[in-house]
Each structure stands twice: as C-alpha cells, then as structure tokens.
Design a protein around this ligand. Sequence first.
Ligand SMILES: [Zn+2]
Length: 155
Amino acid sequence: MDLTIRKLPKYMKVEPCVIDAVSWINRKYNLNIEEMDFDLIIGGGSCGHFYANCWTNPDHPRAYQWLKGRTKPAIRNGVRDTLYLYKKKTAGLTVPDGGLKIGWKQALTSDLIHELTHAVQFKQGRKYSEVETTRNQIEHLKQTNEFWYNKLIPA
Ligand SMILES: [Zn+2]
C-alpha cells in the first residue's frame, strides 16, 4: 500500500484514521492489507472510490478517466465530516436522510473501512458487494462510537 496525502488543512492528520481502518480490516479478515500493492490517496476531490479492475472499462467513465495510466488498483478518498451509508435491507441499518455529521475523523475511518473492504474483495477474487462494505462500517461504528451507532435507523 502506497499512501499519498493530497493537500489538506494542516490540522487534519489523517494517518491515525488510516492506521485504525487498516488494523480493523486486518483483524477482521486476518490479513496484512498494507502489504497489498495498491495506491491509497487521501484528500482532494470526491469521496470513497475503490478503483480496481475497471480501469480499462469506459462504462465507468469517471473511474476510467482517473485510472488511465495507472498500473495498480487504487483507492481515492476525500475527507468530509458526514457519514453516509448505503441503504441495504440486508445490512440492517443505515443513516437518516442527509447522513450523520459525525466529524471528519470518524467519517474518514468509516469511508476507509468501506473502501478497504472492496480491496479485500478484489484481493480475494470475490464479487464486489455493498452489503459487506456497509455491514463493516456499521460493525465498526458499533464498536467505536455507540452514541452515533444509536442514531442509525432501520434500512
Ligand atoms: Zn462501495
């Protein structure tokens, strides 16, 4: 894993969020995901996208454009202060409309858990699932922040 941090305000120290998310994923899947060959880019534009084998796929124009010229899978993750979750019945819970303003650290860690779960799916040759990514975000929130976990609503 190669970490690149794009321009962010000085007070935003994102490394602890990366360490939390990587350790959580490693414990959950019994992996050393940081040994996998991919780029993790934090800051700059849009939020949470794991771009992997779609880099030659013009059907996904934004990923295609961004990945052109890249040689390995990549995660791009912006920083925002609101948690958004997919609304998946089988994941059980979701955020209320408009998301939850949980603060950038917790939101970033959660987004990273989401994207790193896609990296695990890719590494293990499994189909991408937004249920698994969402379940992991919910499980992580339950373990680390009961206050915000209790604000989730049925999906
Ligand atoms: Zn996803």
